[in-house]
Ligand binder design. Structure first.
Ligand code: BGC
Length: 345
């Protein structure tokens, strides 16, 4: 019965490969190479891939995990049979248990979005002892941690770049981020989880970009809102009631928090572009719409589609017994009213 299924799968895969054989783009070429590997893997053995997501409720990671699922399915892998995705519920102890179970089950490769980047070494040691390769995504382990095991790598984006782009978007505005004309960019920073390098770098580099553009800055407020829309809204409401017209810019480390901040800005009767600026990161659909409509100053594309494809390609290379580079970095892209239409899905 198993053999019959395997044969049917091979037949289905070769039909689908013939169907997409004419495509010339390089990403199609790389996923074709991937699907070749996967078809033989999926057909010849019971490949098992464990995918650990730090928190299903995260807006950006929801897009990302749906991309991973679609990419794996496009390669012929079936959820429940060849891959399983688990929700770490923002709890590292829980995620570590999930990884222990995947290891006990004998998965062939792990794709891991850590809850806490600082747990990378523990996870790497466990995987190494079981000889299971690991592709880390989204939350970056240190170079030191990655060096502990030849079969682990990281797929992500350089958060410094996203912060720099946020600052550059503000520096490029007509009044250079200074509505009240006091010669200073008076800003509030609404942060993601500060344990996460994405939050640290975006906070630092957005302001550095303003300073590099020769602007004076004044931090009015900086609080964590843990990547969360409701907390973003609450923090922005605090900022506006505490500082009112003094605030020129609200920087948010991600779009979920920026969407919350936008609610607070509009509820306070303020108008983005007229008396305040607002920037985020991710280019969530809602945020891109807001940028296109002038309700948000800008955002930065965090390319979930390319990151997911790159992570799946890396996992497939491990399945084939091939090596990966230590780091795969996907570029961020600035999204402003000029190009927002290109990023509406
Ligand atoms: C994204 C955030 C997300 C976080 C999760 C970041 O890269 O910009 O939206 O909450 O990753 O780790």
């Amino acid at each position: 019965m198993k053999k019959l299924l395997a044969l049917l799968l091979v037949a289905a895969m070769s039909i689908s490969m013939v169907a997409c054989g004419g495509s010339a783009s390089s990403s199609a070429a790389s996923s074709e190479a991937g699907s070749e590997a996967a078809s033989s893997e999926a057909a010849s053995s019971d490949v098992k891939i464990g995918v650990c997501i730090y928190q299903f409720a995260d807006n950006f990671m929801t897009l990302y995990r749906n991309d991973i699922k679609a990419d794996l399915e496009a390669l012929g892998y079936k959820e429940g049979t060849n891959f399983t995705m688990v929700d770490g519920a923002n709890d590292q102890a829980k995620q570590t248990e999930q990884i222990d179970s995947f290891i006990a089950e004998g998965v062939d490769v792990l794709i891991v979005n850590l809850v806490q980047s600082t747990s990378a070494s523990t996870i790497i040691e466990k995987a190494k002892a079981a000889d299971i390769p690991v592709v880390f995504i989204n939350r970056e382990p240190t170079a030191e941690d990655l060096a502990l095991y030849d079969k682990c790598c990281y797929v992500g984006a350089d958060a410094r770049q996203s912060g720099t782009f946020q600052g550059e978007i503000i520096a490029a505005t007509e009044n250079k981020g200074d509505f009240n004309g006091n010669g200073t960019v008076d800003y509030a920073m609404i942060m993601g989880d500060p344990e996460n390098v994405d939050a640290q770098y975006r906070t630092e580099y957005s302001i550095k970009a303003l300073e590099d553009a020769g602007l004076k800055v004044n931090k009015l407020y900086e609080q964590r809102a843990d990547w969360d829309q409701t907390k973003g809204q609450e923090n922005a409401a605090n900022v506006l009631s505490q500082f009112n017209d003094e605030v020129d810019v609200i920087f948010c480390n991600n779009d979920a928090m920026a969407m919350g901040a936008l609610q607070a800005i509009e509820a306070a009767g303020r108008k983005v572009g007229e008396d305040i600026y607002l920037v985020g990161v991710d280019a969530l659909e809602e945020a891109v719409q807001a940028v296109a409509a002038g309700r948000m100053t800008g955002t930065v594309l965090n390319d979930d589609v390319s990151q997911a494809q790159t992570a799946v390609d890396a996992a497939v290379r491990y399945l084939k017994g091939e090596a990966n580079d230590k780091n795969y970095t996907i570029d961020y892209v600035k999204v402003t009213p000029e190009n927002a239409a290109d990023y509406i899905k």
